[in-house]
Ligand binder design. Structure first.
Ligand SMILES: Nc1ncnc2c1ncn2[C@@H]1O[C@H](COP(=O)(O)OP(=O)(O)O)[C@@H](O)[C@H]1O
Ligand SMILES: O=P(O)(O)OC[C@H]1O[C@](O)(COP(=O)(O)O)[C@@H](O)[C@@H]1O
Length: 316
């Protein structure tokens, strides 16, 4: 029975290698103080977070080469319901360097091209998973050469089939998907600014940009703003909140945890934004891209602003 499963699609997943260093300095040899390997990619992380919190999920991913085998191995070890589509190109590795104050520097590989036949196989695999699903979550960057409108086309297809679609992507794929009328988009500040073609410097700017994406087709916009929390703009109005983290450990995957918590909250009838903020904050307090478990999540730190200051400048 597939009822209420949240299906994620990651066309460009990764092995996420995270190293912690005392200080990042270019042109020197730096000894890492710790190293960790996680399965990665935005949809993969959303599924990992949902699974860790007992929300039914399935992850569809492309996998290639020995690194693809390792990705499958890591996800199977986690117990994720996996739709792995074998492709010719090697699965990429993304490297994150974390400094003691939680400052993150990321090196994301572009990934390898997917052929038309491989894309058709991915679409077939998603179709096999989605029957009766509550959401399809299409996530992450597109590998080189993949048509920019692929998320838009998937969105039109699944929306017509009565399945809600969430999109978390960057670059030209985001505005293209917005036009296709997804139920939810989750841009971060940079992605939002790029999508509207102007800077987003204050909470008021975020709301204006999110409203523009709604005018263009997105039903709901969940804009994530790092340490500034998140802004939800939907038909019912605007909700703004944050969940402060005293000692950030790693922000990698925080956006994915926010999105997973938001979807899980909605599915459980809990206030979705508050749940997303609690999951996002919990992810920030954990090393590398570790996804929070129930015992990591503190709902008491979430603040929903009833009288937000719309002129407030964003932190960074
Ligand atoms: N330094 C931080 N302190 C507290 N929460 C944070 C911090 N960084 C990120 N978050 C939480 O994680 C969410 C996603 O982070 P953000 O950087 O906006 O997204 P992404 O990871 O997609 O770029 C934020 O909306 C917020 O809830
Ligand atoms: O597809 P992209 O944009 O290159 O992002 C992939 C990376 O994003 C992550 O999903 C982390 O996401 P965020 O830090 O943006 O929340 C990593 O697991 C992965 O390495």
């Amino acid at each position: 029975m597939n009822q209420h499963v949240i299906v994620t699609l990651t066309l460009n997943p990764s092995l996420d290698r995270t190293i912690e260093v005392d200080r990042l300095a270019q042109g020197t040899v730096i000894r890492a103080t710790s190293a960790r390997l996680d399965p990665g990619g935005k949809g993969v992380n959303v599924s990992r977070a949902l699974l860790a919190n007992d929300v039914p999920t399935a992850a569809v991913v492309t996998v290639g080469g020995a690194d693809g085998d390792q990705l499958v191995h890591l996800l199977e070890a986690d117990g994720i319901r996996l739709g792995a589509v074998r492709v010719a190109g090697r699965t990429r590795s993304n490297i994150t360097v974390v400094e003691p104050d939680g400052l993150v520097t990321k090196f994301n590989e572009p990934g390898e091209p997917l052929s038309r036949k491989e894309l058709d196989a991915v679409a077939d695999r998603v179709l096999a998973e989605v029957e009766g699903a509550s959401w399809v979550v299409t996530c992450g960057s597109l590998p080189p050469g993949v048509p920019t409108d692929i998320y838009a086309r998937l969105c039109e297809f699944f929306t017509a089939a009565g399945i809600r679609v969430a999109v978390d992507t960057s670059g030209p794929a985001l505005p293209a998907a917005v036009e296709a009328g997804p139920d939810l988009v989750k841009p971060n500040r940079e992605e939002l600014a790029e999508a509207v073609g102007r800077p987003v410097d204050s909470v008021g700017d975020v709301i204006e940009a999110a409203e523009e994406l709604r005018d263009r087709g997105a039903r709901t916009v969940l804009a994530s703003l790092g340490a500034d929390g998140a802004v939800l703009v939907e038909e019912e109005g605007v909700t703004i909140g944050e969940a402060p983290v005293a000692e950030p450990r790693s922000t990698v995957g925080a956006g994915d945890a926010l999105l997973a918590g938001f979807l899980a909250g909605g599915a459980r009838g809990a206030p979705a934004l508050a749940e997303g903020l609690a999951w996002g904050a919990a992810a920030v307090g954990l090393p590398a891209s570790r996804m929070p478990r129930p015992e990591d999540i503190r709902r008491d730190i979430v603040r929903i602003h009833t009288r937000p200051d719309l002129g407030r400048s964003l932190i960074a």
